[in-house]
Ligand binder design. Structure first.
Ligand code: DON
Length: 557
């Protein structure tokens, strides 16, 4: 009887519960309060603050973090990978810089298919997994557009760190353990990231990366040409030839960043800027929130609210699997972010029962104006009006596991983000269609969702996340809690997270969610799977004229 009353109470109250996490230095504000930054590593954030002391703004701070993370957080991001940069500059311009990897010219649709079946080993580890990296050119462009310092000023602090030595963070140590066997296969990788007996380093061991320091110093001296036309491209092409890879010097020389039109949408009285294809992030964050606004969320119980979120995610991810790909190659329907289309989906969602939507929806295929309006995450902002959101990745842990000898750079395995074959799941279990099939010079579909929020045309929040497809779900939840429920970002970020990506049709839930709420979700027909510490978000909010940076509390070990 008592239990029934408790369950009833939990179902009636619009209850929010969250876990407590330790407070740390991953998020910092400069001494004068004018610049804020948040990242997954306190050393990287400290480097950014030092750059600010030397006259840098939020743009300089964000770029300094990106280079520093390549040193101290090398399993997540670095110049061997790609990134999406969304920035609102002090002069009011909003720019979306696409630094996503490109498939080499020799790539082709069935390159990972062996004996009629996609071989994930080929798309995830070693030479063929590697796309042409875009981060260097993207960060350089950002620096040119909005930085106050020189490109070398934001690279050299990271070079120094790589040279003098840095402590292996508990997070990196963890990843070294989980990937040691694969790292052992590549001598240049093992030489840096494993000890003399080929074993992972213990947390807090001081290590160096002299080759990376050299690469950074050359980049600082010669600019992106060193990477795309110089020694870096030459060394990579030589290694590729010896290891049956496809990337050539021409691929490097032909790499281009693209300036994209952001996805612009409205939610809860705010204007959201998101990243367009080849990311699916901007489209689906907008789509999920558009679906949710058809419900009076303030009158729902916790379990109903989670249920509605899960259902909205399910419909959006079904559309992602069918419609999304590199819009330079395929036509992505512009009306996926249309409010009318969202209404149509909302009508199919039931409050008490999970819907089995076996197929994607059918958005109108042509409303061009909508698009026109429109893995580690770095957030930076300053009171001059620069707001930066960079999501940067080498894809899965230590990417392809390849360090090109002599460079110290870990290369991405972003080729796995393509659909290797219809129905074949990638590392995140995501399936795709022809829209995301491999082609020469195409960019693989991403979930990265750098986002900037405006109120009355003024920027008030920058956010994003890491964690594969959960990036979309995390950004949605952070937006929902801050914008619709007015929670401060540091509370919003602690809410138990959920993720549902249609295929597999499972509802991933953090164990911090109250058991009764979880049970209510099971009763609605969700197959609930527990997933602790789902994702990594960083947020900066403007509150009462002050910058409040919030780093992901779940990363702290
Ligand atoms: O672009 C994407 O969506 C993925 N390559 C991101 C990878 C990621 O977030 C890995 N984190 N778990």
């Amino acid at each position: 009887m008592k239990k029934t009353i408790l369950v009833l109470l939990l179902c009636v109250l619009p209850l929010f519960c969250y876990a407590e996490y330790p407070v740390t230095g991953h998020a910092q504000v400069s001494g004068d309060g004018k610049v804020a930054a948040a990242s997954v590593n306190p050393d990287a954030t400290t480097i950014a603050m030092n750059v600010v002391k030397r006259g840098g703004n939020a743009v300089d701070a964000a770029i300094a973090i990106a280079f520093a993370l390549g040193v101290v957080d090398p399993h997540n991001s670095g110049i061997g990978g790609g990134c999406f940069i969304l920035v609102r500059l002090a002069d009011g311009r909003v720019i979306a810089i696409d630094g996503r990897e490109m498939a080499p010219a020799a790539a082709h649709r069935d390159m990972f298919v062996q004996d009629g079946k996609a071989n994930p080993e080929l798309s995830r580890t070693g030479a063929l997994a590697i796309g042409v990296p875009g981060s260097v050119l993207a960060l350089h462009k950002l620096q040119r557009e909005g930085g106050k310092l020189n490109f070398s000023d934001v690279i050299l602090p990271a070079a120094e760190l790589a040279e003098k030595g840095f402590a292996v963070s508990p997070l990196v140590a963890d990843r070294m353990v989980s990937t040691a066997k694969e790292l052992q296969k590549f001598p240049a990788t093992a030489a840096i990231y494993l000890d003399k007996s080929q074993q992972p380093f213990a947390a807090n061991t001081i290590i160096t990366n002299q080759d990376l320091a050299h690469t950074y110093r050359e980049l600082a001296r010669l600019g992106p040409d060193y990477f795309y036309r110089g020694d870096f491209a030459r060394k990579t092409a030589e290694w590729m030839k010896k290891n049956n890879g496809l990337v050539t010097r021409d691929d490097f020389a032909n790499y281009q960043i693209k300036l994209r039109e952001p996805i612009v949408s409205q939610f809860a009285g705010y204007t959201l800027y998101g990243f367009p294809p080849p990311s699916s992030g901007g489209i689906h964050v907008a789509q999920i929130l558009n679906i949710l606004e058809n419900f009076d969320l303030h009158k729902t119980t916790s379990s109903e609210r989670y249920h509605l979120m899960a259902e909205a995610m399910k419909f959006a991810f079904a559309d992602r699997a069918h419609w999304l790909g590199d819009s330079d190659f395929v036509k992505v329907p512009l009306s996926l972010t249309d409010k009318t289309y969202a209404k149509k989906i909302a009508r199919q969602i039931q409050l008490d029962k999970a819907v089995n939507n076996a197929v994607h929806g059918d958005p109108d295929l042509d409303i061009p104006h909508l698009m026109n309006k429109h893995t580690t995450h770095i957030a930076a902002a300053d009171l001059e009006g620069n707001w930066v959101a960079i999501t940067s990745t080498i894809n899965t842990t230590f990417g392809s596991k390849v360090v090109i000898p002599g460079t110290g750079v870990v290369m991405n395995n972003q080729m796995d983000d393509f659909s290797a074959q219809a129905g074949a799941a990638n590392a995140f279990g995501l399936v795709g269609s022809d829209a995301n099939a491999i082609a020469a010079k195409k960019r693989p579909l991403s979930s990265m969702s750098p986002t900037i929020v405006f109120k009355d045309n003024q920027p008030v929040m920058t956010l994003g996340a890491a964690g594969g497809p959960t990036i979309i779900s995390q950004v949605v939840q952070n937006l929902l809690y801050t914008l619709e429920f007015n929670m401060p970002a540091e509370i919003a970020i602690k809410q138990p997270r959920i993720h549902e990506q249609w295929s597999p049709d499972l509802l991933f839930v953090e164990p911090t969610m109250h058991e009764q709420v979880r049970n209510a979700l099971v009763q609605k027909g969700h197959e609930v799977k527990l997933w602790p510490n789902m994702g990594f978000s960083q947020i900066i909010q403007l509150r009462d004229g002050k910058l409040v940076p919030v780093a992901e509390p779940r990363v702290i070990k």
